[in-house]
Design a protein around this ligand. Structure first.
Ligand SMILES: CC(C)(COP(=O)(O)OP(=O)(O)OC[C@H]1O[C@@H](n2cnc3c(N)ncnc32)[C@H](O)[C@@H]1OP(=O)(O)O)[C@@H](O)C(=O)NCCC(=O)NCCS
Length: 148
């Protein structure tokens, strides 16, 4: 089940972030996320009270951005990231159409495949976007649009 993460479990999020990303956020960054009224963190437990996956995103009216989505290594390819994304899309679409953006490392094959399978379209590339010089791909998903 997907649940909302607050201050009580932010240390679990930071620990998983550290395991999953080359440039994890420090405590100050996570505190800024918690204090941002437009940001949300959602998680999935591993069944034993530990965090298996989380997704962190921000929505300002109908413009959303996924900041991070990550799954513990031993829980990958079991659909957890898909469930978190589905939950987010359902939530942001509830009030009407929305644009969901994200940036991903150009060499992150798993994430690129994940987002493309989920229907995101690549709309750009930012050269040398990351601290180590790697490029970012920019993706968008338009949700809730009616067919005309
Ligand atoms: C990218 C990531 C979030 C995917 O999580 P996941 O729970 O394993 O993804 P899912 O099980 O929901 O996968 C859905 C689909 O995405 C694609 N996919 C996921 N991981 C993949 C991989 N390693 N290689 C190729 N395709 C992959 C597949 O199409 C998969 O469907 P399938 O398993 O039926 O083939 C996970 O690998 C991760 O945490 N990576 C490290 C953090 C990161 O890079 N986050 C993304 C940038 S913010």
């Amino acid at each position: 089940m997907v649940f909302e993460i607050d201050r009580d479990r932010i240390n679990d999020v930071a620990a998983l972030d550290y395991l999953c990303f080359k440039e994890p956020w420090d405590d100050a960054e996570w505190t800024r996320v918690l204090e941002n009224p437009f940001a949300r963190i959602k998680g999935i437990d591993d069944g034993n009270g530990s965090l298996a996956a989380f997704c962190c995103y921000v929505c300002i009216f109908d413009e959303c951005e996924i900041w991070k989505i990550c799954v513990r290594e031993d829980f990958r390819r079991q659909g957890l990231a898909g469930r978190l994304l589905e939950d987010m899309i359902k939530e942001v679409s509830a009030e009407g159409p929305a644009n969901i953006y994200l940036e991903v490392r150009a060499g992150n094959v798993a994430a690129v495949r994940f987002y493309e399978k989920a229907g995101f379209s690549r709309i750009g590339r930012r050269n040398g976007y990351y601290g180590d010089g790697e490029d970012a791909f920019v993706y968008i998903l338009k949700t809730g649009l009616k067919q005309v």
